[in-house]
Design a protein around this ligand. Structure first.
Ligand code: C2O
Ligand code: CU
Ligand code: CU
Length: 460
């Protein structure tokens, strides 16, 4: 018996202990495993073709999380926040009401819309008790897995930690290809939490350095749920909505699974996965083929991001196939991802990352750190000169990784969030396309962004 204890589910351990004690437990007395909750849509209407109207409210709510009472900040009373489900090409009118006791706003993470006006404008602060009408058009090609969260500078970590984060999905034409349309598609939003006296545990001094993690590791708001698959292949839209927790994900039995999209952008073709590192802010769409009756366990594996904390490995999600399930054929081609080349870059930037500094200085919202020209491709050399991992994220524009420590990326992919280990040097190719305006890039450990690891880019 060499299976490590950490690989056993809690009910196995409990059952084992009771069996050792000579106690027989009837099957029905085992602790119930929660089903993977579906994240319901925020109130949405489509009064005419091409227009969607959504109502969303940020407000405190009393909920129950992992069997404990929890007073959280929520979107539409739900944790995680309600789903925003959009379509390519449509105009979105989103009425946002702030019922929190302090200013907040919305950031549509990953959505390629203007950083100005009533769109993804994180310079706006909506005062408590007020309403704001966001309005933007979802561009063609925006189909994918995104999310939304508050972006009031200096208060992002606290507001996200209080519960504010929700999925944002844009349905696009590729989702209709038969190999994808026939999958059992689920949104899987990962978010951790720690409760003290029924409230999110307050930040301590060290939390700002390490980034705050919680002992409750939740999948759509519940610990270690079960997904009863309705098709032979499951498509998971994975979202890391944690302040700071990294997920190295793997399947327990080492069976094949496939990456089809990074940060809401399809790859050219599915890539076989071994393990998958999903850092705060990042998304990944994966296909998991099911064979026969065996359960498939998605595991949270050990990862050392150079903090003193240790998280035991655990099962995040158990996928239960239908009897006789057979995998669907894999899509052969997904999207065209034309590779950008360093020679295409019109400008070169160098950005260092270290604790609470980006490019060697702390965030100043009134200073422009990068001035770019609309439609230029830029080459950003980002280097982690600090002692722990930092996930680098851009708003508005997204990028390709050209090289990591001098080695080219093995396959072409679009991303908006990428990890740097200490000493890592990345070359990113960033097309400043579609929208002029002032936007930000930052470390997506929420505490680090708030403490200064954020820069301002203006594109004209
Ligand atoms: Cu999730 Cu400024 O980003
Ligand atoms: Cu973002
Ligand atoms: Cu950081």
């Amino acid at each position: 018996m060499t299976r490590p204890l950490a690989a056993l589910r809690r009910r196995d351990v409990l059952g084992g202990l009771l069996a050792l004690a000579g106690v027989a437990i009837p099957r029905h007395a085992r602790p119930a495993v929660a089903a993977l909750p579906e994240i319901l849509s925020a109130p949405t209407r489509r009064p005419e073709p091409g227009l969607v109207e959504i109502a969303l409210e940020a407000a405190p709510a009393r909920l129950s999380v992992a069997g404990q009472p929890a007073e959280l900040w929520t979107y539409a009373g739900a944790f995680p926040g309600r789903l925003l489900r959009l379509r390519e090409g449509e105009t979105v009118r989103l009425r946002f009401a702030n019922r929190l006791p302090e200013p907040t706003n919305l950031h549509f993470h990953g959505l390629h819309v203007p950083p100005t006006g009533r769109a993804d404008n994180t310079w706006l602060h909506i005062p408590p008790g007020e309403t704001f009408a966001y309005e933007f058009t979802v561009p063609p090609g925006a189909g994918g897995t995104h999310w939304y969260h508050p972006h009031v500078h200096g208060g992002i970590a606290r507001q996200m930690w209080a519960g504010l984060a929700g999925p944002l999905i844009v349905d696009g034409p590729l989702d209709a290809m038969p190999e994808l349309a026939a999958t059992d598609e689920r949104i899987v939003l990962l978010k951790d939490l720690a409760l003290v006296d029924g409230r999110p545990a307050p930040h301590g001094v060290m939390d700002w350095h390490k980034g705050k993690e919680g002992d409750l590791v939740l999948v759509n708001g519940v610990p270690s749920p079960e997904l009863r698959a309705t098709a032979g292949t499951v498509r998971l839209r994975l979202i890391n909505a944690c302040n700071a927790r990294y997920f190295r994900l793997g399947l327990e039995d080492g069976r094949p699974w496939h990456l089809i999209a990074t940060d809401g952008h399809f790859l050219e073709q599915p890539q076989a996965l071994d393990d998958l590192l999903l850092v705060p802010g990042a998304r990944a769409d994966v296909l998991i083929p099911l064979e026969g009756r065996g359960e498939v366990r998605l595991r949270h594996l050990f990862y050392d991001r150079r903090t003193p904390d240790f998280t035991p490995e655990r099962t995040l999600l158990t996928i239960v196939p239908r009897a006789g399930a057979r995998p669907l054929p894999l899509p052969e081609r997904l999207a065209a991802v034309p590779r950008l080349r360093p020679d295409d870059a019109a400008a070169r930037r160098r950005i260092t990352m270290a604790m609470f500094l980006l490019g060697g200085r702390p965030f100043n919202p009134h200073r422009i750190d990068i001035s770019g020209r609309l439609d230029d491709v830029e080459l950003w050399e980002v280097e982690n000169v600090g002692t722990m991992d930092h996930p680098f994220h851009t708003h508005t524009w997204y990028f390709q990784v050209a090289t990591l420590n001098g080695r080219p990326e093995p396959f072409a992919a679009w991303r908006d969030t990428v990890n740097l280990r200490p000493g890592d040097r990345l070359e990113l190719l960033v097309p400043l396309r579609s929208y002029p305006g002032r936007s930000v890039y930052h470390c997506h450990i929420a505490e680090h962004g708030d403490k200064g690891m954020m820069g301002v880019i203006e594109v004209i």
